[in-house]
Design a protein around this ligand. Structure first.
Ligand SMILES: [Zn+2]
Ligand SMILES: [Zn+2]
Length: 358
């Protein structure tokens, strides 16, 4: 499609400009999506403030950020067209992590650790713009009942789905979730839908903890705010009380809190599985008491991105197992995307997920 579009172009730390740039030209294996909504991810905030380099060759802009998005197909490349897979007007959610399909990791289906991945909004222009292009293998049609806003945050849900899949929840288990951010609350719902008996969520602010309770969590534990009715000075003691001393069967850590990385080891019981998720700092460490952890036969795993779980995430929302609408607390226009990033940076009050609605 010829023409120009509005896009928010990131240049360097704290410099982003609304500009008119060319609409992306698609090749035979791509589709062009008219963007409807794009999530503001923690990583967008970190790129914007220069806390981590973008994924371009030199780690610098100009680059259109935004990798969590949904929209409507407006142009279909020759290959998907010949296969009859998509047509203009199709409503889709977009998986931005496009693997190379040729490296050793890809050859084993481990697309999340592909060494040559292309990611709109990270390595190439993304979706804080009116249009974005993708390989046809990375767009999924969404049910009519799914809103574009929900569809925009299937990406973080898919990442959460992969983490919960690795947790291997069994019916009746006691699960602890550290961090009631948007992904933590998505995980609570997936964990309950997987058959967990009780889920306890650990956080530092009552607002998201209460949203977690509304979304199926059984217990909220506020480890910071002494004025909170959910306050507990000792998370280990609280989990011990709730489990009659057995401690948690499964623990997942969708937060970058160093304290949570450590507490996950102590709230988990013998035979437990821990999944580390979140994005800690490059130099952060987890100190594992070796002998004690070995003798309690624990399993420690890590989860990164969302390989092979997109259909699961989409159907979890389509079937009502996971509700996303209350997780979006703030909406911004494309013009205000930069303000939105600045606003969402400070995590307090009633903030959960911000969306740029285009
Ligand atoms: Zn993201
Ligand atoms: Zn690869």
């Amino acid at each position: 499609m010829e023409g120009k579009m509005r896009a928010q172009v990131f240049y360097e730390a704290e410099v982003m400009k609304l500009e008119m740039i060319d609409i992306p030209k698609i090749s035979d294996n791509e589709v062009l999506v008219r963007v409807k909504a794009t999530g503001i991810c923690g990583s967008d905030i970190s790129y914007y403030y220069g806390h981590s380099p973008v994924g371009t060759a030199d780690g610098k802009g100009p680059l259109v950020l935004g990798h969590e998005f949904s929209g409507e197909i407006v142009e279909v490349g020759a290959l998907p067209a010949s296969l009859g897979l998509f047509k203009p007007g199709d409503r889709v959610t977009c998986n931005p992590v496009m693997q190379c399909n040729a490296c050793p990791a890809c050859a084993e289906g481990k697309f999340n650790i592909c060494s040559n991945m292309v990611v709109p909004g990270v390595t190439v222009n993304g979706a804080f713009a009116e249009y974005c292009k993708l390989n046809y293998t990375h767009v999924y049609k969404i049910p009519d009942s799914m809103t574009f806003e929900d569809a925009a945050i299937i990406e973080p849900l898919a990442c959460g789905t992969y983490g919960v899949k690795k947790l291997e929840v069994k019916p009746g288990e006691f699960v602890v979730v550290f961090g009631p951010g948007p992904i933590g609350i998505m995980m609570v719902q997936l964990i309950k839908a997987s058959g967990a008996g009780k889920v306890a969520v650990v956080g530092t602010r009552d607002y998201p903890l209460n949203v977690a309770l509304e979304h199926g969590a059984d217990y909220a534990i506020n480890v910071k705010d002494t004025a909170s009715p959910n306050y507990s000075a000792d998370v280990n003691q609280r989990i011990a009380e709730l489990t009659n001393g057995k401690m948690a069967d499964k623990v997942i850590v969708p937060t970058n809190s160093k304290q949570a990385l450590q507490d996950a080891l102590t709230v988990s019981g013998a035979g437990a599985t821990i999944v580390y998720f979140g994005l800690p700092g490059a130099d952060d460490k987890i100190e594992v008491p070796a002998l004690q952890t070995i003798q309690s036969d624990k399993t420690i795993k890590f989860a990164w991105l969302a390989p092979l779980v997109w259909p699961t995430a989409i159907s979890a929302v389509g079937n009502g197992l996971v509700k996303l609408d209350k997780l979006v607390t703030h909406r911004f226009s494309l013009e205000d995307a930069e303000k939105g990033i600045q606003f969402m940076k400070v995590g307090k009050g009633d903030k959960l997920k911000g969306l740029v609605v285009i």
